[in-house]
Design a protein around this ligand. Structure first.
Ligand code: ADP
Ligand code: ADP
Length: 220
């Protein structure tokens, strides 16, 4: 079954900007895909639409065989919680809350009890090689460590698909490489991963690249 399918997807913003134009794209389970293209070409919008954070203006989006166009917002959120994790360029962590609690909060609405949330958070932090930093808060950590906490938070619910929007954009090349190593480990363990990147070297090392220009996919 196709993991993610976009068929004839367009996205207009209220401002009048057309961010995606008739995008058709499929991603199979277990793929590692880079999304590249100039600033403003629609990469973030593509991720938001494919990741069910935003709805297309027209066209069809399916995730793991579920056509999401007719779903109510609550069902859309439930599907997103079940299948999808996100990592952003800005880490979006609570600066003065321990790494463990930042990650455990990723399970806040999962119905899992607090001690179990904390156990799973510790396990997710070990997977990003931060098992020794559980009680440290992001404001005491380097950028690379913060991004690894953010990845742990994204994977604590064991999503099938991980979307990363410029995950190395705020990191130096050594820290960026560590983050890429971790994403590759998650990919090797079976997670489908889609990464927006401006970094040519990183993009060139990915097995598949989707290129956007002015809201259109020009290479896939
Ligand atoms: P990229 O990630 O490739 O830089 P984006 O998807 O962020 O591209 O943006 C595509 C176009 O849509 C740009 O012209 C951008 O300014 C516009 N855009 C993005 N998000 C919004 C928004 N929430 N409201 C209005 N315009 C937006
Ligand atoms: P990144 O480089 O991490 O993709 P951006 O600066 O492109 O970040 O966008 C950050 C957020 O602002 C995104 O959620 C995007 O949808 C939104 N955004 C981008 N351009 C616009 C715009 N012209 N108007 C409103 N929101 C925008």
């Amino acid at each position: 079954m196709t993991m993610v399918e976009l068929a004839g997807v367009s996205k207009d913003y209220d401002s009048g900007v057309v961010a995606l134009r008739d995008v058709t794209l499929t991603i199979e389970p277990g793929e590692l895909v880079g999304v590249v293209g100039p600033s403003g070409s629609g990469k973030s919008t593509l991720l938001h639409v494919a990741g069910l954070l935003d709805r297309p203006t027209s066209g069809r989006v399916s995730v793991a065989g579920h056509d999401v166009s007719r779903l109510a917002d609550r069902q859309l959120s439930a599907l997103r919680a079940q299948y999808i994790g996100f990592v952003f360029q800005q880490f979006h962590l609570a600066a003065r809350v321990s790494a463990l609690d930042n990650v455990a909060d990723g399970l806040l609405y999962s119905g899992v009890r607090r001690p179990v949330r904390r156990d799973r958070a510790a396990e997710a932090l070990r997977r990003v090689n931060l098992g020794h930093r559980l009680e440290h808060a992001p404001h005491e950590m380097s950028g690379g460590e913060r991004q690894r906490v953010a990845i742990a938070r994204a994977i604590v619910s064991e999503p099938t698909i991980l979307y990363a929007d410029e995950p190395t954009g705020n990191l130096d090349s050594v820290a960026g490489q560590l983050v890429m190593d971790i994403l590759r480990q998650l990919w090797a363990a079976g997670t489908t991963i889609v990464i927006i990147t401006h970094d040519r070297e990183i993009a060139a090392g990915l097995p598949r690249q989707v290129t956007l220009h002015d809201g259109r996919v020009t290479a896939a």
